[in-house]
Design a protein around this ligand. Structure first.
Ligand SMILES: [Zn+2]
Length: 75
């Protein structure tokens, strides 16, 4: 009879495999953020397209640089 000791041993191995599999497939969020980076907005002043995260936002308008935002405000 080797009963319980073997059972605990097998459960231990199963647990280790389960933990390793979980660690292997953790980062799956990157795809979503990569799509966000590809989102382009148009500069209201010069019409150039810039990534949304790099654009300067002024209420509902977007600008490629602070200079264009300031020049648009003067008008
Ligand atoms: Zn511009």
């Amino acid at each position: 009879m080797f009963g319980i000791r073997v059972l605990i041993y097998l459960l231990g191995i199963a647990l280790v495999i389960w933990i390793l599999m979980r660690l292997a497939k953790t980062p799956r969020v990157e795809k979503k953020s990569a799509k966000k980076v590809g989102d382009m907005v148009r500069c209201t002043h010069c019409g150039m397209y810039v990534p949304r995260h790099e654009a300067i936002q002024d209420s509902d308008r977007h600008y490629c640089c602070t200079r264009h935002r300031d020049e648009d405000r003067k008008l």
